[in-house]
Design a protein around this ligand. Structure first.
Ligand code: NAD
Length: 256
């Protein structure tokens, strides 16, 4: 029996990278999945491709997670398509890296609005449905930046620390009502966003990024998706309000 047979899942940022790998893994395990993303072109392409590939249903719904009205409308549409929601994975996110003092106010707000408030907007929208049935698994994609500080990456770590705080706080608030909230903190994972950032680095820096990893390779989106699958399944039913680091061990190294 597949691990998510009969489950209904929403995945934000589902049109690319870690979100797309999660959607693919969930479909392979029997879940019906709604991909929520603001990139309509990728949404249409990927949802049509995956819907044709798997027996379970896959649809795309346009949502800007930073906009609470867009989330309300998107979640209503998604719920109408699947009837209910059992699993929410919040993977929508953006890199916002700058100098603290010269950072534009708009970049500070964009960083928090997408990387932190986006997850909260989605959780607010799905929680009533989950609470009514006393069943729901929520997985937030945080980051190693939510645990350790890498200079030059401000204010992204502020948002990711907040996302881990949101995870722990809500996990406890609803623990006795059938809801689990956990997060995953990936290190450097090969996705379109990471490839874009690496492309801006010179060859020496790209090499250094690989050398910094104890396993001497980048992570793969499927490796994060496998952990999202575990946390979103009943196999993980006693795991709540916690975070799993997936960074090849890098964050445990004090000095390289
Ligand atoms: P990605 O750019 O490949 O995918 C992100 C997706 O989110 C895109 O489809 C994008 O359109 C969508 N998105 C962005 N802003 C949105 C918004 N406002 N509303 C709706 N959708 C929006 O990136 P990725 O590398 O797969 O990152 C996924 C998550 O993993 C992010 O939260 C990121 O912070 C986190 N993360 C990534 C890495 C890494 O190395 N790739 C490491 C740690 C954490």
């Amino acid at each position: 029996m597949a691990r998510l047979t009969g489950r209904k899942a929403f995945v934000t940022g589902g049109a690319s990278g870690i979100g797309l790998a999660t959607v693919t893994r969930f479909l392979a395990e029997g879940a019906d999945v709604i991909m929520l993303d603001r990139d309509t072109e990728s949404l249409e392409r990927e949802s049509a491709r995956l819907d044709a590939r798997f027996d379970s249903n896959c649809h795309g719904v346009e949502v800007d997670v930073a906009d609470i009205d867009s989330v309300a409308a998107g979640v209503e549409k998604a719920r109408a398509m699947l009837g209910r929601v059992d699993i929410l994975v919040n993977s929508a996110g953006v890199n916002v890296f700058g100098d603290p003092l010269s950072l534009a106010e708009s970049d500070w707000r964009r960083c928090l609005a997408i990387n932190l408030e986006g997850a909260w907007h989605m959780i607010q929208a799905v929680l009533p449905d989950m609470l009514e049935r006393s069943y729901g698994h929520i997985v937030n994609i945080a980051s190693v930046h939510g645990h350790k500080i890498i200079p030059g990456a401000f204010p992204y770590p502020v948002a990711k620390h907040g996302l881990i705080g949101l995870t722990r706080s809500l996990g406890i608030e609803y623990a006795d009502r059938g809801i689990r909230v956990n997060s995953i903190s990936p290190g450097l994972i090969r996705t379109p966003a990471a490839e874009t950032w690496l492309a801006q680095c010179d060859e020496q820096e790209r090499q250094r990024q690989v050398e910094l990893l104890p396993c001497k390779r980048l992570g793969e989106a499927e490796e994060v998706a496998n952990t999202a699958l575990f946390l979103a399944s009943d196999e993980a039913r006693f795991i709540n309000a916690t975070d799993i680091l997936i960074d090849g061990g890098r964050s445990q190294v004090y000095h390289s």
